[in-house]
Write a protein that binds this ligand. Sequence first.
Ligand SMILES: Cc1cc2nc3c(=O)[nH]c(=O)nc-3n(C[C@H](O)[C@H](O)[C@H](O)COP(=O)(O)O)c2cc1C
Length: 182
Amino acid sequence: MKKQIGNALALYPTPLVVVGTMVNGKPNWALVGHVGIIGHDRVLLSMAKPHYTNRGIRETGKLSINIVDEKLLPLADRAGCVTGAKEDKSELFPYIIGDSGTPIIEQAPVVMECTVDDIYVTEGFESFICKIDRTLAEERVLDDSGRIDYRVMKPILFEMPTYEYLSTGDVIGKCMSFGNKD
Ligand SMILES: Cc1cc2nc3c(=O)[nH]c(=O)nc-3n(C[C@H](O)[C@H](O)[C@H](O)COP(=O)(O)O)c2cc1C
């Protein structure tokens, strides 16, 4: 029997990313776990309004989404502990500037450079609807067909209730292999 647990946000775990943008001409980084997919070419980032990063996103309309793996996690965690409003985080990660002008973490296995399409505002939050301009992936995480191999990349997952990081698990089957009877 299920117990009602209020209206708890239960959609976890989610992939963990570092959002990069330029603020006042310098890169700034924030750790974000509240991410979503919209269609096949857009993603959503839900970010608290006061974040320093939001200022840069609104100014430039551009951001990078850097997927976090285990190697990147210690520095990524730091990006979630301090605000760029109080501490300069521009040198936290070695970075390059991408074709869209966004800062890209060199060590990140996969990065999406995005243009902000829309902002959905709710109490205390700005959710940025982002169109993916280009995706960059380290060759070591690509399979023979050039697709990202998530068994190799092993993105870190985030869950809010215990505020912990999870690693991705084993492959348990091919999609539609259980349900497709034809
Ligand atoms: C594990 C983790 C996940 C986080 N996820 C989010 C998130 O989804 N949305 C958000 O607004 N802040 C999130 N934060 C908080 C920001 O990363 C943090 O407040 C950061 O200092 C903001 O940096 P800024 O002010 O330089 O932009 C998260 C922090 C941690 C540690």
